[in-house]
Write a protein that binds this ligand. Structure first.
Ligand code: IDC
Length: 335
């Protein structure tokens, strides 16, 4: 009888602890960081992207068009549609640096708006259960060194913010071009990789290669040393690029270079013109054989053959097959 008071107190204490634990779990389930933890962290082993158990992983998904051009496609329903209906497992956020309200050419308000769009994109992708590539989309600015300072501070900021996200991947320069040498790209990459690694020790980082991310054989001769989880990008448009480019890719793989196709299409390289499905099939076979990840361009309804959505379709999510362009239908079948 003497103990009743203590026992009652213990019972009440147990009930409250239980209740608090449930509340805590519910709150955590709702929060993005726990969602992110659901996706296994990836790493690079040899030339292959793998999970923690060393099993090969192939990421497959779509790239947005420029975040300033088509911001409306960055929404929760759209990214969830990618995952649930299209069976993609990744999305790429194309942050143009120079063209059309680019991150480095627009004003401070534009920069803030773009950073908010990237943050929203990461949040939606995380909730949808997608890996997400933050793509520093250099293009008309040719040499990544043009905006190296801005790139270093941008990626340091992103890596600090997302260091605990297992689904965030950094692509540090979309397509160096205009004769930019591998040694220039490499010197840029060293700086940016260092900036990212000062915050995030192991996120996967994608590095662009010379000649619009095609000369992977050149990068293979002298890859970056001293860092893990680095991959090199190979871009192709099957209407323009065929066996010649695959040969370069095979050569690079043979030399031990990990490849990632962070952008491709089956139109010509302008992003328009007719589709080359036959060459596209050869590329798919190659990518499947080698278990190389691939991201199709672009999640937009622009009137060009590399857009996934028909120009007449104004929906920004919840698409039916009839809302997709021939390329959209083709790509979705590959996932
Ligand atoms: C194209 C878009 C087009 C836009 C142009 C801007 O499809 O609507 O006007 O960029 O310059 C790439 C680039 C990618 C291109 C795409 C098609 O990474 O930005 O998008 N492409 O030209 N490399 C090869 C092809």
């Amino acid at each position: 009888m003497k103990n009743t008071g203590t026992e009652q107190w213990i019972q009440t204490w147990k009930k409250w602890t239980c209740f608090l634990l449930i509340v805590l779990c519910a709150a955590m389930l709702d929060c993005g960081s726990l969602q992110a933890a659901k996706l296994p962290a990836l790493k690079v082993k040899g030339t292959q992207l793998v999970n923690a158990k060393g099993k090969p992983v192939q990421l497959k998904g779509a790239s947005t068009h420029g975040l300033s051009w088509f911001p409306e496609y960055v929404n929760q329903k759209s990214f969830s549609h990618l995952k649930k209906n299209w069976k993609a497992n990744a999305v790429r956020l194309a942050l143009y640096t120079s063209e059309y309200n680019g991150y480095c050419t627009g004003d401070a308000a534009n920069r803030r708006a773009l950073e908010k769009r990237v943050a929203d994109g990461v949040k939606y992708a995380t909730k949808a259960g997608l890996y997400v590539i933050i793509d520093w989309h250099i293009l008309s600015d040719g040499n990544p060194k043009t905006y190296q300072k801005q790139a270093a501070s941008f990626f340091k900021k992103m890596a600090g913010k997302y260091k605990n996200y297992t689904n965030v991947i950094y692509e540090i320069c979309n397509e160096p071009n205009g004769g930019t040498s591998w040694s220039d790209i490499k010197s840029y990459a060293k700086k940016i990789v260092k900036a990212i690694r000062s915050k995030d020790k192991d996120a996967v980082i994608l590095i662009g290669t010379p000649n619009w991310s095609q000369d992977v054989d050149v990068a293979a001769k002298s890859p970056l040393k001293g860092y893990k989880n680095l991959m090199y990008t190979l871009h192709f448009y099957a209407g323009t690029h065929g066996e010649g480019l695959r040969r370069k890719a095979k050569q690079a793989l043979k030399m031990g270079l990990p490849l990632f196709v962070s952008e491709f299409g089956i139109s010509d390289a302008s992003g328009n013109g007719s589709l080359n499905q036959k060459e596209g099939k050869k590329w798919m076979k190659f990518l499947k054989d080698k278990k190389i990840s691939y991201i199709g361009w672009s999640l937009s309804n622009k009137a060009e053959s590399s857009a996934l959505i028909k120009p007449s379709c104004k929906k920004t999510a919840g698409w039916k097959a009839s809302d997709l362009t021939p390329w959209g239908k083709w790509l979705v079948k590959q996932w």
